[in-house]
Write a protein that binds this ligand. Structure first.
Ligand code: 5GP
Ligand code: MN
Length: 333
């Protein structure tokens, strides 16, 4: 049995998952690899332990992540009764979408975002974890379960995608050890890496083209927009940015990258990416969103022009050097 995770932090959840018979698991809208990986990993492990499980994502599984065994079980609505409700990889309940009545308090919240609002009865929130799948692994260890290879593949996928291939500034030796352990258990690292990070559809690449053609750089801030018309022209079927923001964050001479993605409901999805020494999570939280210091997002009501103006004005002060030096010295302790 692994010694690489601290099992004590998961003990309060053990009796809940042991005694539950019908479990509802949910994660966030516009799901990414960690949302699907933690949902499917936890869901399959619970099924292997003899539980009835509903895995629900308001937006369903994006075609890019349908290769994961178990993802075909994910539904967009709650259909059956449940006696335990667990939310994964979400820092607030809005992030889940409208799958349960407003005001529903989940039993368990398993997450790694620093902006988590501790909205459940039991909150397993660990901001040191690089992915929610890292925490799911810890919980399965605390439960003493020996899950199947499909579970390990789902967990490794979350680890790979949330760290963009083990290279984000929050990477830890513990996460690398966990990845090694999952590979020892049979998970196909190069295969999962290639499917989750190393490939994209033709439509996604065309969508990127629209965003890249409008790219702007002003004082260490790089940004662009993706409109509904761009999405239609590229025939891209996701509501997200097809991960274009991660490419923007590789542009030299920019400390913060922002992408504005127009949504069909009169809203705009904003994504920030920041270099080490900057924290965009608090700003995202102020606009009703959340995230990590280096990667955060918010879903904001308004036209593209309104939201752009508001967000660019609110982000510029973060580039102030004095604030950056304070943060770097805090990080160095
Ligand atoms: P992205 O910008 O790629 O969607 O997300 C970056 C990070 O911010 C992720 O960790 C994601 O979970 C979080 N995030 C993105 N949008 C929202 C939002 O609308 N609400 C909250 N609470 N978190 C968000
Ligand atoms: Mn995550």
């Amino acid at each position: 049995m692994s010694q690489i995770v601290n099992k004590a932090e998961f003990q309060p959840a053990v009796p809940l998952f042991q005694s539950a018979q019908r479990v509802l698991l949910a994660s966030h809208i516009r799901p990414d690899g960690d949302a699907i990986g933690s949902l499917v990993g936890m869901g399959l492990a619970l099924q292997e332990a003899g539980k009835q499980v509903q895995m629900v994502l308001a937006d369903g599984v994006p075609s890019k992540l349908r290769f994961l065994p178990g993802s075909e079980q994910v539904r967009t609505r709650v259909k059956d009764a449940f006696d335990l409700f667990c939310v994964l990889d979400c820092s607030d309940m809005e992030r889940v979408g409208e799958i349960v009545p407003a005001g529903t308090v989940p039993d368990v919240n398993i997450d790694h975002h620093r902006t988590n609002l501790n909205f459940a009865r039991l909150n397993l929130v660990d901001v040191q974890a690089v992915s929610t799948t890292e925490l799911v692994y810890g919980l399965l260890q605390a439960l003493g379960w020996e899950p199947s290879l499909d579970v390990y593949s789902a967990l490794l996928t979350g680890l790979i995608t949330d760290t963009i291939g083990f290279r984000t500034s929050n990477m830890t030796a513990a996460a690398l050890r966990l990845a090694a352990e999952l590979v020892d258990a049979g998970a196909d690292l190069p295969g999962l890496y290639q499917k989750a990070l190393g490939s994209r559809s033709f439509q996604a690449a065309r969508f990127w083209g629209a965003g890249l053609s409008g790219l702007q750089l002003e004082d260490r801030l790089v940004w662009t927009t993706l409109t509904l018309a761009d999405r239609q022209a590229a025939n891209y079927n996701g509501r997200d940015d097809a991960d274009l923001v991660n490419l923007l964050s590789s542009i030299e001479n920019a400390d913060i990258a922002i992408i504005f993605v127009e949504q069909p409901d009169g809203r705009v999805k904003v994504s920030w990416r920041a270099q080490p020494g900057f924290d965009v999570s608090e700003l995202a939280l102020k606009f009703g969103g959340g995230g990590h210091a280096a990667a955060a997002g918010a879903d904001i009501k308004g036209s593209l022009e309104e939201v752009q103006g508001l967000i660019l004005a609110a982000t510029r002060p973060l580039l102030d050097n004095t604030q950056r030096e304070d943060l770097i010295s805090q990080e160095r302790g």
